[in-house]
Design a protein around this ligand. Structure first.
Ligand SMILES: Cc1ncc(COP(=O)(O)O)c(C=O)c1O
Length: 368
């Protein structure tokens, strides 16, 4: 069994601290949602305001948005995870959102940022949240496209750290994170479960040649779900743990990008003959390869459950991702993991697909 989430923090870090450009303001929270609640509060967003999110989003976050007193509306996302500028403009003019969320799903650059003609339909006051939870954000490469533009990541999804960084324009940043005393119990419990999860993924790795590994993997998944459910529940947001805040500043962007690029290319090569009626690929540009959280495969509803069952039986405990989203009512998606720190062992990757649809997932993986 292999860990499905990143482990071994030191592989993601370097000795030199990253420099943050002078025009960029930075804050550190316990999670994306904690950052969001704080931004909405500090920017005086009234309860009942509309937050416009993509159909491909996280149901648990949507529920937490409602619990925090705001309303959720959706704009469409195609099966290839794309929204056109026109579709977004129509949704903006229909819902008049106070907050707009644009998500770089899988870390693939959202094409809405390439030619943002939809911006003309947004007021200057509207808060734009650039959702980078699937990406490692390099502050040197940030571009702000409007006033009230906030970029938020979620470290635990991409590296072995719990926390979320917010980047915004420094000259607009007139608030700081809450004190450590605010929601400290919630923050401690979240960090505790995160640590247990890390320990279990490590044990999954160290026992990977034994039967115990399977057990650790199941437990790690269960603990991960406990943590995920808990995160974002606190009405008052929490700041991130100062040690994680410090370590985040040493992320080795270049190394991670190079390894991810190889991993995605490896998947491309290995999966070139996938049966198209069972697995549909998500398009992305070459420049996105080094940023992706995983290699995505879209499964048509008709065969999705059977396919997933086969993958899990073959030893890779994948789940449908964002399965509680609006988008997932029409199709399903799985992520083939790309741990940024990791050395691919190509010879493990013989054939993963025969002419039938049997997916022998354990054969194509990496090890550290
Ligand atoms: C697309 C998306 N945005 C935001 C979040 C929230 O991130 P966090 O759990 O750090 O609050 C999630 C959580 O899974 C997500 O999937």
């Amino acid at each position: 069994m292999i860990p499905l989430k990143p482990i071994f923090l030191w592989k993601y870090l370097k000795f030199k601290r990253n420099i943050i450009p002078k025009n960029v303001g930075r804050l550190f929270y316990l999670s994306y949602e904690d950052a969001l609640w704080d931004i909405l509060d500090k920017r005086n967003v009234k309860k009942g305001s509309i937050i416009l999110v993509p159909e491909f989003f996280c149901g648990d976050v949507e529920n937490n948005i409602r619990k925090h007193g705001y309303k959720v509306s959706y704009y469409p996302v195609s099966k290839h995870l794309k929204t056109s500028s026109r579709q977004l403009s129509i949704a903006i003019n229909k819902y008049h959102p106070t907050v707009l969320v644009i998500f770089h799903a899988l870390g693939i650059t959202n094409s809405l940022f390439e030619n943002p003609i939809w911006l003309k339909d947004l007021s200057g006051k509207t808060i734009l949240i650039e959702d980078c939870v699937h990406k490692i954000v390099n502050p040197q490469k940030i571009k702000f496209i409007k006033k009230n533009h906030f970029i938020i990541d979620s470290l635990r999804k991409v590296i072995p750290l719990q926390g979320s960084v917010v980047y915004t324009q420094k000259n607009e940043l007139n608030f700081t994170e809450p004190t450590i005393f605010q929601s400290w119990k919630y923050a401690t419990v979240v960090t505790f479960w995160w640590m247990i999860m890390q320990m279990l993924w490590n044990l999954t790795h160290f026992t990977r040649k034994t039967d115990l590994s399977n057990w650790f993997s199941i437990k790690a998944n269960q603990v991960m779900k406990i943590g995920y459910d808990l995160i974002g529940d606190s009405i008052l947001p929490a700041r991130g743990f100062f040690v994680f805040n410090f370590l985040q500043q040493f992320i080795d962007f270049k190394k991670i990008e190079q390894i991810k690029m190889k991993q995605i290319e490896f998947y491309e090569e290995t999966l070139s003959n996938l049966p198209k009626n069972i697995f549909q690929k998500v398009p992305y540009k070459n420049s996105d390869k080094g940023k992706m959280i995983a290699y995505p495969l879209v499964l048509p509803l008709k065969t999705a459950y059977k396919t997933l069952e086969k993958i899990r039986k073959s030893g890779l405990l994948l789940n449908f991702e964002l399965d509680d989203s609006h988008w997932s009512k029409k199709q399903k998606i799985i992520y083939l993991p790309c741990p940024p720190a990791g050395r691919f062992v190509k010879n493990l990757a013989t054939t993963m697909i025969s002419t039938t649809t049997i997916f022998s997932a354990t054969q194509f993986f990496y090890c550290f």
